[in-house]
Design a protein around this ligand. Structure first.
Ligand code: PNS
Length: 162
């Protein structure tokens, strides 16, 4: 089974890594699809987000990281993926995730979505929360890998200098 795990990953957190580890175990090949989203203004560039993901997933032999633009279903079809993987942290994620999965299924019947429930220890965690804590000088070491923590600190230092 080949799967796509899509997201913004701005930046990757331990919550994402929890899903990546479990999805990599379930599938033969896992492609992490990093969205190039012109509408949002991310903290990290597309290249930075891809590079951080490559670094923190380098020990998985069946995981690769790719950027994509446009519709997720088109990316999934181009990569001949059988499924899209999404993580569900809490019931609050469910409504929008259901809508997305159903829309994707309408757009491309061959694309199925599989939901994995995020481990309880990460159910509160999001990239937005991590950025917020870091912006106010809080400790984010329990939320993201060391190299991501360093990259966020660099960004915050740059911002303080401007
Ligand atoms: O990490 P995120 O921001 O929750 O990921 C959202 C993502 C990238 C999965 C979603 O925005 C997406 O698939 N965007 C691509 C555009 C698309 O296909 N939209 C239709 C799906 S409703």
């Amino acid at each position: 089974m080949r799967a796509v795990y899509p997201g913004s990953f701005d930046p990757v957190t331990y919550g994402h890594l929890d899903i990546i580890g479990r999805a990599a175990h379930l599938t033969d090949e896992l492609i992490i699809g990093v969205l190039k989203n012109n509408a949002k203004s991310p903290l990290f560039s597309l290249e930075e987000r891809v590079r951080m993901l490559e670094e923190v997933t380098k020990d998985y032999h069946n995981v690769k990281v790719e950027a994509f633009e446009g519709l997720l279903v088109d990316f999934a079809k181009r990569r001949k993926a059988d499924v899209v993987i999404r993580g569900l942290r809490a019931v609050t994620d469910f409504e929008s995730e259901l809508q997305m999965a159903q829309t994707n299924h309408k757009l491309a019947e061959s694309v199925e979505t599989i939901f994995l429930t995020t481990g309880l220890e990460y159910s509160y965690l999001s990239s937005t929360i991590v950025k917020e804590v870091a912006a106010f000088g809080g400790d984010i070491s329990q939320f993201v890998p060391k190299m991501v923590e360093q990259k966020i600190q660099e960004k915050m230092d740059e911002r303080r200098r401007v």
